[in-house]
Design a protein around this ligand. Structure first.
Ligand code: ACM
Length: 264
């Protein structure tokens, strides 16, 4: 199957512009799964919760989800994309999934990074694996990478691919994803952004780019630049993720010693 990502540099708060630019990039591409960055329509550094609430959208009834539903139908693909979500009075850092047949589901970021704790509510959705008809796809968002339980849970639930919308500021993530892939024999598609935001004086955030696709054997199929917008589509073989054997005597899941992992 073919997987792709888009690495963008959104203009803060310009939802319709950022969405239209993304849609025009995707409309020219062909892949079975596209992953877009975290908060790709709004940008990242909200001044406060009220601002995030104003820019957040309901899922699936908001403009972004509905636009991506049409796009996924038109170009026959599945899209995972990060946006600010308004659900009742709460604002979540969420990702939605849409496919050729419509809306598939959403995930609300579980592990909030730094000042995100002042803006977003921690996610309440389960770590879920969605069947796109071609692949089983789990979602984690950016800083979720720092908690190995996230990728592990998705892998144990049957994910072949972890779609990883991100706005990375910590330098170790791209290398750490090699370990997550080896630990779980899954593909990870990280879609990051580039650029700098300093909406809060004295608190500049530099996003590190390096969106990438890593295989279950820990190979980096492609890593994007640190500072350019780009997109990439790559061919992957899902059988690699479905075979959890490490060698003739070791099996990644069957060799787990759950009896020793319990903390009592
Ligand atoms: C992050 O979780 N966006 C750093």
């Amino acid at each position: 199957m073919k997987v792709g990502f888009v690495q963008n540099n959104p203009l803060f708060g310009s939802i319709t512009n950022n969405l239209a630019r993304m849609a025009s990039v995707l409309a020219e591409q062909s892949a079975d799964l596209f992953v877009l960055p975290e908060l790709f329509t709004t940008g990242y550094q909200f001044l406060d919760r009220e601002e995030a609430c104003r820019l957040a959208e309901p899922i699936p009834d908001g403009l972004t989800t509905q636009t991506l539903v049409s796009l996924a139908r038109n170009i026959n693909t599945t899209i995972v994309a990060g946006i600010a979500e308004r659900e009742g009075d709460a604002v979540y850092n969420s990702a939605l999934m849409v496919g050729p047949k419509g809306y598939l589901g959403k995930y609300q970021k579980a592990h909030l990074f730094d000042s995100e704790k002042k803006i977003f509510a921690p996610g309440t959705t389960p770590l879920e694996v969605f069947d796109t008809g071609i692949a089983r796809v789990g979602i984690m968002i950016c800083f979720d990478w720092r908690f190995p339980e996230t990728a592990r849970t998705l892998a144990l639930k049957g994910a072949d691919i972890i779609a990883h919308p991100a706005n990375l500021v910590l330098e170790h993530c791209p290398e750490a994803m090699i370990t997550r892939c080896l630990e779980n024999r899954v593909f990870i598609v990280t879609a990051d952004r580039v650029g700098i935001e300093e909406r809060i004086e004295g608190q500049p955030l530099k996003f590190i780019g390096q969106s990438q696709v890593v295989t279950p054997d820990g190979d980096i199929l492609y890593r994007a630049s640190v500072d350019q917008e780009e997109f990439k589509v790559l061919e992957i073989d899902l059988h690699q993720a479905r075979d959890k054997r490490i060698n003739s005597l070791n099996h990644l899941f069957e060799d787990r010693r759950e009896d020793l992992y319990r903390i009592e």
